[in-house]
Design a binder for this molecule. Structure first.
Ligand SMILES: NC(=O)c1ccc[n+]([C@@H]2O[C@H](COP(=O)([O-])OP(=O)(O)OC[C@H]3O[C@@H](n4cnc5c(N)ncnc54)[C@H](OP(=O)(O)O)[C@@H]3O)[C@@H](O)[C@H]2O)c1
Length: 315
């Protein structure tokens, strides 16, 4: 990998921490842009507000790569206020980073900006790759807002004037890792409590990637002299929610899991202050580019990924 100083905007969260650890292990300097000073001495944190140019922008000068992971969590009720926070945190951070790069005398060679696999249409039977994927919302997916966010996010990236910096959108699927409050953590708790049955009709496809493969794929893209402008960060092992939960129960040694019908999910989502779209949208995404370029997944199937995480949790 040809990179020695990497700036990670929004790097204080789940994926930022995983990437930071990976880069530091390889001797690469990491600087995190965060809205708050983080008193951790193993990595330098620079304060920014995610929307206006400030002294923080000087850190981009002479850096090798920028990775932007900024974004208010989508795990909430989509009230007007939350909608504005979700979209602004993504678009304004992307816009200001583009501005900072355009003013930088020695800008990073490459800029990876988070996006989401949710940009693709709700689909049960069409695996969306980067070439043939359909980017649209559908009433069945109840995903108009999330697709709008994803499109606006990528538009900010592609519209940024960064002549010397190559831009790449990372269409990230559900990342499975041990982070508290993450998708894996929530599903693990449900399975342990006997609630790990299928959700809704169970036909919706879950696209996912193990956090180690996420970090490896990011390094793979950074190492390419001319990467494509978008990559699906999803394993080739997408599967239905019904199969996903069945394998989760098997790996966890639970023979039974109570299914959650749609109406019950709506009630639960209301009380948990979240949205059912996160569970019920069929995100059928294929890592077409990574596979065609020869990337090898360490965890291509869900059983190997869940077994690895279960063993790490027990350690
Ligand atoms: N994890 C997944 O499975 C997944 C899947 C698809 C897409 N993604 C996308 O990948 C990115 C990183 O995911 P993650 O799981 O690491 O998320 P995360 O743990 O929630 O971290 C996101 C970071 O964004 C910053 N942030 C939060 N709200 C903000 C706001 N209102 N304004 C400005 N900055 C804000 C926070 O940094 P500070 O508080 O330090 O400023 C936070 O550490 C996100 O954009 C997410 O949408 C993640």
């Amino acid at each position: 990998m040809k990179a020695d100083k990497i700036i990670i905007a929004g790097g204080s969260g789940f994926l930022g921490k995983a990437l930071t650890k990976t880069f530091l292990q390889k001797g690469i300097e990491v600087i995190i842009l965060s809205r708050k000073a983080i008193p951790e001495d193993f990595v330098k944190t620079v304060v920014w507000d995610g929307r206006t140019i400030g002294e923080w922008a000087e850190n981009l000068n002479g850096s090798s790569a920028l990775i932007n992971l900024t974004g208010r969590s989508v795990n909430c009720r989509y009230t007007e206020r939350h909608r504005a926070e979700i979209i602004d945190s993504r678009t304004l951070s992307t816009r200001v980073l583009g501005k900072a790069i355009s003013q930088c005398p020695s800008p990073p060679r490459i800029w990876l900006n988070a996006s989401t696999a949710t940009i693709y249409k709700h689909s049960y039977d069409h695996p969306n790759d980067e070439e043939t994927g359909v980017m649209d919302s559908s009433p069945a997916g109840r995903d108009r807002f999330s697709v709008e966010v994803a499109k606006a996010w990528e538009k900010e990236l592609y519209f940024a004037h960064t002549a010397k910096t190559h831009k790449v959108a990372l269409r990230i699927s559900i990342v499975l890792g041990l982070q508290k409050g993450s998708a894996y953590d929530i599903m693990h708790t449900l399975v342990q409590r006997g609630l790990g049955g299928h959700m809704g009709n169970g036909r919706q496809v879950i696209s996912w990637i193990h956090v180690d493969d996420f970090c490896r794929a990011v390094q793979w893209i950074l190492s390419k002299p001319s990467p494509a402008n978008a990559y699906n960060l999803a394993s080739p092992g997408a599967l239905t929610n019904r199969n996903f939960m069945e394998i989760f129960r098997k790996v966890s040694g639970r023979s039974f899991g109570l299914p959650a019908p749609h109406f019950l999910l709506e009630i639960a989502a209301f009380f948990m202050r979240t949205e059912t779209e996160l569970i019920l949208k069929s995100r059928y995404v294929s890592p077409g580019r990574l596979l065609s370029e020869g990337f090898i997944f360490q965890y291509p199937d869900i059983e190997s990924a869940l077994t690895n995480l279960r063993n790490k949790k027990v350690d």
